[in-house]
Design a protein. Structure first.
Length: 212
């Protein structure tokens, strides 16, 4: 008898968790071992029971998925992370993959694609939402920015302070964030705005009207 793949779900919407559980309930190859509605619940839960695959939302209360992913993988290197999100945006996809996620899937996905994605990342292979894969490949071919970046409220705050000339330490003091968290935000912004350094980041942020 084949041992089922242990899956945990981290999302701050009860309906999403219930929907995913229902989609997976008829699959004998997969078993849901835990559900979590925020980053702190997730961190505590994984200490008790570690799944094979984690379905991780990007935006959650407290700590976002791109912040949690590297922390989780540092603590649990064997964990496979499959991003499950509403963000149909290549910036987020590339950001999550850079932070260690093996897959990127949209919440509007169908049952078969969800199962396929889980099985693919379980084997430590990358899985991209088909439409997202096409967008990323098209962007590579055109060598043009694929989409205008969508920033979270916190990212906008950090970006404005960077434009204002604040150091990471000063940003941390201003927003009551740890140094590592600020650096994660800074790196995420560099990736989303496709900037190689802070000077380019500032220039693009002003050009795009993301900061003044």
């Amino acid at each position: 008898m084949t041992v089922p793949i242990r899956v945990a779900i981290a999302d701050d919407h009860v309906m999403v968790i219930s929907g995913v559980q229902k989609m997976l309930s008829g699959c004998p190859d997969v078993v849901v071992t835990g559900t979590y509605m925020n980053g702190e619940e997730l961190l505590r839960g994984l200490e008790q029971q570690l799944p094979d695959v984690l379905l991780l939302d990007i935006q959650m209360p407290g700590r976002n998925g791109d912040e949690l992913a590297p922390v989780l993988l540092e603590q649990y290197p064997a964990l496979r992370i499959l991003t499950l999100t509403n963000f149909d945006n290549t910036f987020y996809a590339k950001n999550m993959l850079h932070h260690g996620a093996l897959g990127y899937l949209l919440k509007r996905t169908d049952h078969e694609t969800l199962i396929q994605a889980i099985k693919t990342v379980y084997e430590y292979r990358e899985f991209l939402e088909p439409s997202m894969k096409q967008q990323i490949e098209a962007a590579k071919l055109s060598k043009l920015p694929s989409q205008h970046p969508v920033l979270t409220p916190r990212e906008k705050e950090v970006l404005q302070l960077i434009v204002n000339g604040y150091t990471s330490q000063e940003i941390g003091q201003e927003l009551h964030l740890g140094q590592r968290t600020v650096e994660n935000y800074r790196f995420s912004l560099l990736l989303k705005l496709d900037a190689k350094n802070t000077a380019t980041l500032v220039k693009k942020a002003i050009q795009m009207g993301l900061a003044g």
